[in-house]
Design a protein around this ligand. Structure first.
Ligand SMILES: C[S@@+](CC[C@H](N)C(=O)[O-])C[C@H]1O[C@@H](n2cnc3c(N)ncnc32)[C@H](O)[C@@H]1O
Length: 194
């Protein structure tokens, strides 16, 4: 069985959220278009599914990926190994918002898929890390349709929804960025520098 399919099946069986199939199509397209030897940054490794996908689509690129959960890191390492991708991956374990403060390697592509309520706090650091042609793909920005909905927010998701709204506003109000939101999967925001 194809190794990526095995990772998908493992995620499904263990209820680990990974990239939705329709969002995967967009991620594949964007990473296929990257120039050779690009630097990719990912926030939210989980079990390495999207990380493997990006590296397979951009065969000379390198990936730095951040994950706070040590069990996930262990499984992700194993998956990168199975696909012979270890030499192109640097997994950083810890809280992404803290780790981002110390990163300085410029990135050509950023896949933002960690804590949804942290996107707005991570944005300034991500902007600093972008090369001139860099793209950020932020997943789940419409969060089950709740971000654009007018009815009162479910208390349980209040922080996530409010912070995603702030994130979208910050991106839109930044004169150095252009962006679009794709109503694909759980909502993808594609952000570029002007
Ligand atoms: C949706 S999953 C990532 C899925 C993965 N990108 C994929 O598509 O295969 C989100 C991951 O972000 C991690 N995460 C959440 N908050 C984080 C934080 N503050 N710092 C680092 N990782 C975080 C979670 O532990 C979880 O594994």
């Amino acid at each position: 069985m194809n190794a990526l399919k095995e990772i998908e099946d493992f995620a499904l069986l263990n209820k680990i959220p990974i990239l939705l199939p329709e969002s995967r199509v967009v991620l594949q397209k964007l990473t296929k278009e990257l120039k050779s030897s690009s630097n990719i940054l990912e926030i939210g490794t989980a079990i390495g599914y999207s990380g493997c996908l990006m590296l397979l689509n951009s065969p000379k690129s390198n990936l730095t990926t951040i994950e706070k959960n040590s069990n996930m890191v262990k499984i992700a390492k194993n998956n990168f190994k199975k696909l012979n991708l270890c030499s192109r991956v640097n997994i950083l374990q810890g809280d992404a918002t803290e780790i981002l403060k110390d990163l300085n390697k410029k990135c050509d592509f950023i896949f933002l898929d960690g804590s949804k309520s942290q996107y707005v706090h991570q944005l300034p650091f991500l902007i600093n890390l972008m090369t001139d042609n860099a793209i950020i793909m932020a997943d789940n920005v419409l969060f089950r349709g709740m971000v654009l909905a007018e009815n009162p927010i479910n208390k349980k998701y209040k922080t996530i929804i409010n912070n995603l709204r702030k994130f979208i506003e910050e991106v839109k109000n930044n004169n150095n960025l252009k962006s679009e939101i794709l109503n694909i999967g759980d909502g993808l925001m594609i952000i570029k520098k002007i």
